[in-house]
Design a protein around this ligand. Structure first.
Ligand code: HOZ
Length: 429
């Protein structure tokens, strides 16, 4: 057994000051049981805990670290930026540069606004949609997670799914009633809801779901939502906090040929610092104050250090590098499928770009209900067998995995060997 005495000591202290000992629920390992490890440092594809144990990291801070931990280009950019100050509270060059770079890769982001978290991005995007349409209700999909603002904590994925909370107390019933929920990949159900009453302000979706585990869209799903939004007058919002700069250099628009009216971004665009954004059609973004009446603001929005890290990351993430990481991700997923087949473990795994995931289930997973029907007990056992061998995947079956530029052939081979061994000891039903 790996020794984790220091981690245990720190977690005991943490539990006295934080609910569950964590700054965000899924980190508490409640989905898999046992004690979380406490990180000391990261470099490239690897993380070390405070007891000196080493892990190949497929969580990558839940997605942002597409270049791996502590990439020199990002550290250099931060060193340079911090010479000039850490926050200005007035416009500054780096935010303009990052916005222009994002727009060059995602032309549908005609105008955008930087915020500090994905939650702020999605709650601001639906505010714009509500202002534009004059409607209050929104349509989301079961298992999709769009942050923890009140309207989204209805049949949500990520930590909400991990903890098995159907809805969160504290969200007023009147607010929750404005959120309609359809099953993923179910266009007929979505159409029925979007056409009910006086329609919905927004249809919001993760174009590839990462918060119910990894669930790709059926080929007709996103084009169908686009048509439904057009026909019903709803604003189509792609929540690309996870998929942005992961599933293709230009995100969902490039990968699926479907353009949303508004897009939310986060994770990769901050290169490991707290950055998110919402943006899209110019006529919609003109509603945002001070151009328009929709209010949204933030003291640290456009923070220069965060902008520097995001710029350095996106500049390094060329289409060629994206392709290389995506090819390695495919290679890993193929290798894992082969190992599972050898052990006769019911297993389904898939990837899009540098985002991937797996379920213990033989049939494909197309919905949150399918994900919940996967063998989560087997997931827990395999998770711990992997961690023991130095491979860290998210401590929940309802989270996606990621790959970075730093994951090379050595990491892939080690990982496939570790899955082999984990299936050997923990793969049986
Ligand atoms: N919502 C994030 C994953 N889907 C988790 C963030 C965190 O716990 O750090």
């Amino acid at each position: 057994m790996r020794a984790r005495a220091q981690s245990a000591r720190l977690m005991a202290r943490a539990r006295a000051v934080f609910p569950g000992g964590v700054s965000s629920p899924v980190r508490a390992f409640r989905g898999v049981g046992g004690e979380p490890f406490v990180a000391a440092r990261g470099a490239g594809a690897r993380l070390w805990d405070v007891d000196g144990n080493e892990y190949i990291d497929y969580v990558l801070s839940w997605g942002p670290l597409v270049l791996g931990h502590a990439p020199p280009v990002v550290l250099d950019a931060l060193q340079e930026a911090m010479q000039h100050g850490t926050s200005f509270g007035v416009p500054a060059p780096l935010e303009v540069e990052l916005a222009e770079l994002i727009r060059a890769r995602m032309p549908q982001m005609e105008m955008l606004r930087f915020v500090s978290s994905g939650t702020e991005a999605t709650m601001s995007a639906i505010r714009v949609a509500r202002a534009h349409t004059g409607r209050d209700r929104i349509l989301k999909f079961a298992g999709c997670y769009h942050g923890h603002a009140d309207p989204f904590l209805v049949r949500a994925g990520s930590g909400v799914a991990t903890l098995g909370l159907p809805d969160s107390p504290g969200v007023p019933a009147a607010v929750a009633a404005l959120t309609l929920t359809a099953p993923l990949n179910d266009l007929a159900a979505a159409a029925e809801l979007a056409r009910s009453g006086d329609g919905v302000a927004a249809i919001i979706v993760e174009p590839v779901v990462g918060n119910a585990g990894f669930i790709p869209p059926d080929p007709d799903f996103l084009p169908g939502l686009r048509a439904l939004a057009d026909e019903s007058g709803a604003v189509l919002i792609f929540d690309e906090v996870m998929t942005g700069f992961r599933i293709a250099p230009g995100g969902a628009r490039e990968r699926f040929g479907v353009t949303a009216d508004l897009t939310t971004l986060g994770k990769v665009i901050g290169g490991g610092l707290p950055v998110a954004a919402y943006g899209g059609r110019r006529d919609l973004m003109r509603y945002v104050a001070p151009d328009g009446p929709v209010y949204q603001a933030g003291t640290l929005s456009g923070n220069p250090l965060a902008m520097a890290a995001g710029l350095a990351t996106l500049r390094a993430l060329t289409p060629a590098l994206h392709e290389r990481i995506a090819a390695r991700t495919t290679e890993l997923v193929t290798g894992l499928r082969e190992v599972a087949a050898r052990h006769a473990v019911p297993f389904t795994a898939a990837s899009a770009g540098s985002m991937w995931g797996f379920f213990f289930r033989r049939e494909p997973v197309r919905s949150f209900a399918d994900a919940q029907a996967s063998d989560t007990a087997r997931f827990r056992r395999v998770f711990h067998a992997l961690l023991e061998r130095g491979v860290y995947v998210a401590p929940s079956p309802f989270e996606a995995a990621f790959l970075s530029a730093a994951h090379g052939p050595r990491e892939l081979a080690e990982t496939i060997d570790c899955f082999d061994a984990a299936f050997q000891v923990a793969g049986a039903a």
